[in-house]
Design a protein around this ligand. Structure first.
Ligand code: CMX
Length: 136
């Protein structure tokens, strides 16, 4: 599969507004976009550090994946996203290796990326996202 880099780290937060001062004022990063992903029931805020982004995830509904995660585990690292060149081929390869897929085919995520998730039970407990940029 050979991911090219860590595209982003997803961090579940109760409130983007309350979390941003730590990332902006203490770490000195800049939030360059806030976007709602209705299908995932989240609002996202993006900060860039080198080639990698930090994606703050605030749930827009208690029954969404991030709402359920915060209810169970509290705020913290929610997922890790790897950039791959051929997303469908990477998913097929992971499935062949016995990895349980949450998404068998790509769907649309924030920033126009094609995304798909691998189940944390198959990825040593770290919810894993694979993503590719359809415009590259
Ligand atoms: N990291 C690690 N483990 C996780 C997890 C996470 N982020 N979220 C849930 N789990 C674990 C739970 O702890 C639970 O483990 P146990 O069975 O040992 O208790 C198990 O997975 C099942 O969790 P659940 O609360 O019952 O939740 P569901 O089965 O309904 O869903 C999951 C879990 C991972 C399939 C679901 O959250 C999902 O589909 N996630 C992918 C989509 C997503 O997270 N979208 C938000 C980000 C959007 C974006 O980046 O744009």
């Amino acid at each position: 599969m050979k991911p090219t880099h860590i595209e982003h780290l997803g961090i579940a937060v109760k409130s983007i507004e309350a979390a941003l001062p730590y990332f902006e004022k203490v770490l000195g990063l800049e939030c360059y976009a806030i976007e709602e992903v209705a299908e995932q029931k989240v609002k996202t805020a993006f900060l860039k550090i080198g080639q990698t982004k930090i994606e703050l995830l605030e749930s827009t509904s208690p029954d969404g994946p991030v709402g359920k995660f915060i209810e169970k585990k509290g705020e913290g690292v929610h997922h890790m996203a790897f950039a791959v060149e051929d997303l469908q081929a990477s998913l097929d390869f992971a499935a062949e290796q016995g990895v349980k897929l949450i998404d068998k085919t790509p769907r649309k995520g924030a920033e126009g990326l094609d995304i798909a998730f691998l189940h944390p039970k198959s990825t040593v407990g770290v919810l894993t996202e694979l993503c590719s940029n359809p415009n590259k």
